[in-house]
Write a protein that binds this ligand. Structure first.
Ligand SMILES: *Cc1c(COP(=O)(O)O)cnc(C)c1O
Length: 422
């Protein structure tokens, strides 16, 4: 995919717009998303799962920008949401309620009511107490919720421990062994109707074997439930397919779809998948400006104007993002090792250690690649740094799809109590 490449003028482009032009228009740092990559990724998944007739519910938590969601919605995406806020976003962006699945371990009664009011496709229930809670809320509203039970299959996703969700010790889902009893309970309770099962074992999974293991377990469970008289109509297989941040090979959507077909394809269930990262990661970059290059005694620091509050993944997960200078480097200049760091007052505010980069100077623009997933959505205003703008590019056009808030807007959110006024 030739979307983030250098143009003939030696400037890194997002599609057909050079990133220096966008930097001039919105100032740094900023996120930039390429619409072309979003649609290409969606279409790759859609083509791969077409024979399975699976619904693709984009996991909004990877990137909840309204323009990103609408771009995918126009391609036919449904949504996987994990909060009332995400549900509102999905609806605002134009995803039909009939394609929205609500996941998450701690849905509040207000969030459940919101979901029921909009009559979404399915609520994935993650515990027996939540099942009782949903039953009470739905019965009170005089409605019936279509429920899938999220199974914890006790499978090792072989990923970073903070994004593994399918082990028994993780907080997610209902233990595999407790599913038959819970399914039976769901079929007796008022206000809920069990329609099937859901699973999601983690994120940034780079091998098919954990998926295969989990899906085989799901197939066994479907058969066991059916043998006791339950019609299990739906199977939601979650997300988790990884992307290549470095040079880790990752399964293509076709290989993933084959794994789905081989394990659960013969059950006659309506299938859903919930890719998040794999849909949006490669569609986004974070562009920052080098403020200073500081030569320490044994390290060279490139201090950039983006920080951990803008892109948390390196601090949180030791994640790797490729870094490219926005102006194509002179090939005769040898790369040098840099620690690329932000201005936040934490040593953890480090994007890269000993990264070999072409010589950098104050004022240079750099792009952190593969930043479209779990980037802007995890940003905070730590150190009173405003949330950075998000820009979307399509061909030669670009538009700000979230603007930088003004200082006045930010201060206005904090009313002074009467006793501290004047
Ligand atoms: C986070 C999440 C996803 C998406 O995970 P990715 O790794 O981004 O594909 C899908 N389903 C559920 C329930 C999730 O919590």
């Amino acid at each position: 995919m030739t979307v983030f490449v250098y143009g003939a003028d030696g400037v890194l482009r997002a599609d057909e717009v050079d990133l220096a032009t966008i930097a001039q228009a919105v100032d740094t740092p900023f996120y930039c998303y390429a619409s072309t990559v979003l649609t290409a990724r969606f279409r790759a998944f859609a083509a791969a799962v077409r024979p399975l007739n699976a619904l693709i519910c984009y996991a909004l938590k990877a990137n909840g920008n309204l323009a990103v969601i609408r771009t995918l919605a126009r391609e036919g995406a449904g949504a996987d949401v994990v909060s009332g806020g995400e549900l509102e976003r999905a609806l605002a962006a134009g995803i039909p309620p009939s394609r929205i699945v609500f996941s998450g371990v701690g849905k509040s009664p207000a969030e459940l009511r919101l979901a029921l009011r909009h009559n979404i496709l399915q609520i994935n229930v993650e515990s027996v107490p939540e099942l009782h809670g949903l039953s009470a809320v739905a019965a009170d509203m005089g409605t019936t919720a279509a429920v899938a039970l999220r199974v914890n299959p006790d499978v090792d996703a072989q990923t970073h421990k903070k994004i593994a969700t399918g082990r028994r010790e993780n907080k997610f889902g209902i233990d595999f062994v407790d599913i038959p009893e819970t399914y039976a309970l769901a079929s007796r309770l008022p206000g809920v109707r069990p329609v099937g099962l859901a699973v999601h074992i983690g994120s940034q999974i780079t091998h098919l074997s954990p998926f295969r293991q989990a899906f085989v377990a799901m197939a066994d469970l479907v058969c066991a439930l059916r043998s006791t008289g339950h019609a299990v109509e739906r199977l939601d297989l979650g997300g988790g397919l990884g992307v290549s941040y470095r040079d880790e090979g990752v399964p293509a959507p076709e290989a993933y779809a084959r794994c789905v077909a081989e394990t659960v394809g013969g059950l006659g269930c309506h299938l859903a998948i919930e890719p998040g990262r794999a849909m949006v990661a490669e569609a986004g970059v974070l562009v920052a400006r080098v403020l200073y290059v500081k030569a320490g005694i044994d390290r060279r620091f490139a201090i950039v104007d983006a920080a951990m509050n803008d892109l948390l993944r390196p601090s949180l997960y030791d994640a790797y993002h490729p870094i490219l200078p926005v102006r194509q480097p002179d090939p005769v200049k040898a790369p040098e090792p840099y620690d690329v760091v932000g201005p936040v007052c934490e040593s953890g505010d480090t994007f890269a250690v000993d990264r070999l980069l072409p010589p950098l100077r104050s004022g240079d623009l750099v792009a952190f690649l593969a930043a479209g997933a779990y980037g802007a959505v995890m940003a905070s205003e730590y150190n009173a740094r405003p949330l950075v703008p998000e820009v979307m590019v399509r061909g030669r056009e670009f538009a700000t799809v979230r603007r930088r808030p003004t200082l006045a807007e930010r201060l206005a959110q904090e009313p002074m109590p009467a006793w501290l006024r004047d």
